[in-house]
Design a protein around this ligand. Structure first.
Ligand code: AKB
Length: 316
């Protein structure tokens, strides 16, 4: 049977780039992108789906004979705190709809993104292991912990092949993040290229795990391509990229843009970040399906500044 992919949340930071990559891999005719609003940057097949509506998901699954679903839609850590109950409702309802539609329609594989937000004060912050205590401080983190357990439940009870990664902050030039605590690490590059002072909502020394977009996309595809028997963790896999603080990323930018200016105005997002890991132990992902990140902070800085300078060139 040929693979036909549905991406839910394709307009988002990861979704928009992942959709293009999956179109390259499976062919444009075999990838259906979807989101709650019309396509932003996606060319190819697109359907508007409000994933709180299981009937609408099922309609699209049947229409295109979908075999794999990537469920990326969620309200992230910082935005979620403005309306915890709505965040819980959306994050959980959309996931349960995807799992149930997948079970009923014999979907072969489901991808569910989790996050470093599953960790809280009870986990070691250095080299946080895969099986550390999960006591998140945000509603987004709580929804991801429960989501991971639902993913495992559907695998154990129904044999649904759900696979998951705990993403760190993702840094890419192609798309903007929205509503996350790690968003500053994308925004800072835009401000540097535009010659604007960057106002940072974290303290200068708050270190968080991050990852370059290409690594995040590659991790997703490698996990989904791995033979079934190699997937030993059915909640979610830790993956590590690079860890740095705002001070360290600013220092890298200053090496290339000596006039760059940053000021620190920590807000509620600092309280979220200080409960998250600084560095991640991803030895399970390395052992089980060969995960290894490629990009370090210097590579990320070069790539981001070059790509954004080209993007903004007419405006500068
Ligand atoms: C966020 O900051 O909320 C996300 C995440 C780490 O899951 N980028």
């Amino acid at each position: 049977m040929k693979d036909v992919i549905l991406i839910i949340g394709a307009n988002g930071q990861l979704g928009s780039v992942l959709t293009k990559r999956l179109q390259e891999k499976y062919g444009v005719a075999n990838v259906v992108a979807s989101d709650i609003t019309e396509a932003k940057t996606i060319n190819g097949l697109f359907e508007v789906i409000d994933a709180t509506d299981a009937g609408r998901i099922e309609y699209v699954v049947t229409k295109y004979k979908i075999t794999q679903i990537y469920h990326l839609a969620a309200i992230l850590s910082a935005k979620g705190e403005a309306n915890p109950l709505k965040t819980w409702e959306i994050n959980m309802k959309t996931l349960l709809n995807v799992l149930e539609v997948s079970r009923l329609n014999n979907i072969q594989k489901v991808f569910y993104p989790s996050s470093i937000a599953v960790f809280g004060g009870g986990a070691p912050r250095i080299n946080t292991p895969n099986n550390a205590c999960l006591d998140p401080s945000t509603v987004y983190g709580i929804s991801k912990v429960d989501g991971e357990n639902w993913a495992q439940y559907y695998f154990l009870k129904y044999g649904l092949d759900v696979r998951s990664i705990r993403y760190p902050g993702i840094i890419g030039y192609q798309s903007l993040p929205g509503g996350g605590t790690t968003d500053y690490a994308v925004d800072i590059f835009h401000k540097a290229v535009l010659n604007e002072t960057f106002s940072c909502f974290l303290n200068d020394e708050t270190t968080l795990p991050m990852m370059y977009m290409d690594d995040a996309i590659r991790a997703t595809i490698e996990l989904m391509d791995a033979p079934l028997e190699q997937i030993k963790i059915r909640t979610s896999y830790n993956i590590a990229g690079v860890s740095f603080s705002p001070k360290e990323i600013a220092a890298e930018i200053l090496k290339r843009f000596p006039d760059f200016k940053i000021e620190y105005k920590p807000d509620f997002r600092e309280d979220i970040a200080k409960n998250w890991p600084k560095t991640i132990d991803d030895s399970n992902a390395s052992k089980d399906w060969g995960w290894k990140a490629k990009y370090n902070l210097s590579d990320i800085t070069d790539t981001m500044l070059n790509a954004l300078a080209a993007y903004y060139k007419p405006a500068i």
